[in-house]
Design a protein around this ligand. Structure first.
Ligand code: 5GP
Length: 186
């Protein structure tokens, strides 16, 4: 198996997290990169496991120190992938999965042209609102902001090597698994 960087993106509410969880259960030797963010932790989220939760000041310091492979502002908060996180995984011989939004994916494409870029698309846009409302983690205002961003993200889906429509979880998980296995010869 050769170590690769997989970028998995798609609009908020499309089910990226659930698909990635299944992927990690199905394919060995994959590591999920833990991103840094300035957003507040949601109930149950653990610092260092779900995200590295940073203050605005600390995030800016790490930008200045060039610690990020990529970073972006999304719905009023900053998110970024630390180079150290990527190196830690790759040095252990594992492939790395980045779950990031589209601006960050574009930066990774430029920095690492050998990364495998996968866009997860909804069967139709109404599903996104239903999922975000059902998840219950965001205010009505935050959901509206996320849906507006989703429109811009969907407009860029053709820039990705692979596109998976998440109309059926188990079928979409099969598709994701085969893309990853093919790229890593595993
Ligand atoms: P959430 O607030 O729902 O956890 O994440 C919001 C968006 O930020 C999601 O689309 C998620 O994939 C994206 N995101 C999470 N971590 C990163 C990161 O390190 N970089 C970028 N560019 N986006 C990220």
């Amino acid at each position: 198996m050769s170590a690769k960087v997989f970028v998995i993106t798609g609009p908020s509410g499309v089910g990226k997290g659930t698909l990635i969880k299944q992927l990690l259960e199905r394919v060995p030797n994959l590591a999920l990169s833990v991103s840094a963010t300035t957003r507040d932790p949601r109930a149950g989220e653990v610092d260092g496991t779900d995200y590295h939760f940073l203050t605005e000041e600390r995030f800016q310091e790490r930008i200045a120190a060039k610690d990020f492979l990529e970073f972006a502002t999304y719905s009023g908060n900053h998110y970024g992938t630390l180079n150290s996180e990527l190196d830690r995984c790759l040095e252990s011989g594992r492939s790395v999965v980045l779950e990031i939004e589209v601006q960050g994916a574009t930066q990774v494409r430029a920095a690492r042209p050998d990364s495998v870029q996968i866009f997860i698309a909804p069967p139709d846009e109404s599903v996104l609102r239903e999922r975000l409302v059902g998840r219950g983690t965001d205010s009505a205002e935050a959901i509206d902001r996320r849906l507006k961003t989703a429109e811009q993200e969907l407009a860029q889906q053709d820039d990705f090597n692979h596109r998976i429509v998440n109309d059926d979880l188990s079928r979409a998980a099969d598709e994701l698994e085969s893309i990853v296995r093919e790229a890593t010869n595993s």
